[in-house]
Design a protein around this ligand. Structure first.
Ligand SMILES: Cc1ncc(COP(=O)(O)O)c(C=O)c1O
Length: 334
């Protein structure tokens, strides 16, 4: 089956802008562009909108009434999924890692405004309980006669990855329209890995000379490269693309997580401030700040060569800045 034959519902404000980061790129000695997927728009925007165009098409075709997904406390994926569920008249249920907070800030505030049912799981119990808990919500929906649809963490599936296969096609069209050769490298944050899986397939299809580097923002029980190669292979198979990926084909930098997933890191925070003050662009403390810190360090260490032509995927996430207002304003002078 061809990419265009996979059912897709339009959600995003696409194509998203491709912007030069000349000041930061000049300081680093590379040609740096940013793909503004924080401006996919729908439901506050972010990378998951592209995945949801495919996942929601599948859900709608199955007559789904209840959409269930999971993520961290400040999950951008959960917020966008809740918005997409509402758009198609479905009820969103979010199983989130974290206890019920005193104040609903950032993405939690938006989840609340969307009327999502939120099931908070204690962080220590989360990994053991999340699967059965989502299944329990699905079973309860079925018992009410409502078709449920479980979207995995981060929308990370072969179908969801199609969003970033399409994104590479979109990028290649933007470069072609500007009369520019393909970039050397695409850099993206890696959480659940669906974005990276899609970028790998997309580059193999549309930009065969362009490499992809993922910057991990969390740990992973199964090594990232193994898990993501499986997803990329399933995605390639879905569209009849005759290419398979081995874990050794993947470049994933794992040194930039900091203390833990979703705990802001000093280098990530520095990157947030640097990009805001050099480019007027807001990153976030969970994903894109850490990923940009990784990109900057790779350039410093020479594993991204001077003069490289690099596209950074801005996957969104700025709502998660607000719960960290205190931390991020410690340098204030008045
Ligand atoms: C802002 C942002 N960046 C990056 C990612 C990671 O994307 P993926 O889960 O596809 O690896 C996410 C996932 O939730 C995200 O919200």
């Amino acid at each position: 089956m061809h990419l265009d034959a996979i059912p897709r519902l339009s959600l995003g404000f696409l194509p998203t802008p491709l912007e030069a980061m000349d000041r930061l790129g000049g300081e680093l000695g590379i040609e740096l562009r940013v793909k503004r997927d924080d401006f996919t728009g729908f439901g506050g925007g972010g990378n998951k909108v592209r995945k949801l165009e495919y996942l929601m098409a599948d859900a709608v075709s199955r007559g789904v009434k209840v959409v269930i997904t999971t993520g961290g406390h400040q999950s951008n994926h959960a917020r966008m999924t809740a918005a997409a569920a509402r758009k198609f008249g479905m009820k969103p249920i979010l199983v989130l890692r974290g206890n019920s907070p005193a104040v609903m800030q950032g993405n939690l505030l938006l989840d609340h405004l969307l009327g999502a049912e939120i099931d908070f799981l204690d962080p220590d119990a989360y990994f053991g309980e999340v699967g059965p808990r989502m299944q329990k919500h699905a079973d309860e929906a079925l018992a009410r006669g409502e078709t449920p649809y479980i979207i995995p963490l981060g929308g990370a599936s072969a179908l969801g990855a199609m969003g970033y296969v399409s994104a590479v096609r979109e990028l290649s069209e933007q470069y072609a329209a500007a009369g520019q050769a393909a970039p050397d490298l695409i850099v993206t944050p890696v959480g659940s890995g669906g974005t990276l899986a899609g970028l790998l397939i997309g580059c193999a299809m549309f930009w065969p000379d362009t490499k992809v580097a993922g910057i991990a923002v969390s740990g992973s029980a199964v090594p990232f490269s193994e898990r993501i190669a499986v997803m990329a292979n399933a995605g390639a198979e879905l569209i009849g693309f005759d290419r398979r990926f081995a874990p050794s084909d993947l470049r994933i930098e794992t040194g930039y997580v900091g203390e833990a997933y979703a705990v802001p890191s000093p280098d990530g925070n520095e990157a947030i401030v640097r990009v805001a003050r050099s480019e007027g662009v807001f990153l976030d403390p969970v994903y894109t700040g850490k990923a940009m810190a990784g990109l900057i360090d790779c350039v410093k260490r020479g594993s991204i060569a001077q003069g490289s032509r690099v596209v950074f995927i801005h996957c969104g996430g700025s709502p998660a800045l607000f719960p960290h207002a205190e931390l991020l304003t410690r340098d204030r002078v008045n």
